[in-house]
Design a protein around this ligand. Structure first.
Ligand SMILES: C[C@H](O)[C@H](O)[C@H]1CNC2=NC(N)=NC(=O)C2=N1
Length: 98
């Protein structure tokens, strides 16, 4: 299993990403980013691209859609916190879909 990252490792990994922030709920850390689009249809195009990348990575964000806004939340459930898998997927999304 992938190991949970330390606070220092998380800060270093975040530095390479745009717009992502660390959040914590019930003692579990995650990273999240909100994307904004022209309308719902554009937001859904994005969501489907994210779904494809998530399947390819075998790592899946929580996705919250609110009309033209999409919030992605990434954490590694298996590890109970943030791992390299979360940052790898965020980097892939940054390079490919947004
Ligand atoms: C076996 C499979 O790799 C795991 O169940 C994966 C699937 N996708 C996942 N996605 C996320 N975000 N966290 C996980 O721990 C996770 N586990």
């Amino acid at each position: 299993m992938t190991t949970k990252l330390s606070t220092e490792q998380i800060e270093a990994a975040l530095a390479g990403l745009e717009g992502w922030q660390v959040v914590e709920a019930d003692g579990t850390r995650a990273i999240e980013r909100t994307y904004r689009f022209a309308d719902f249809a554009q937001a859904m195009v994005f969501v489907n691209q994210v779904a494809q990348e998530a399947e390819a990575a075998a790592h899946h964000p929580d996705i919250q859609i609110s009309y033209n806004r999409v919030k992605l939340t990434l954490t590694t459930h298996d590890a109970g916190g943030l791992t390299t898998k979360d940052f790898e997927l965020a980097a892939v999304l940054q390079g490919s879909v947004a």
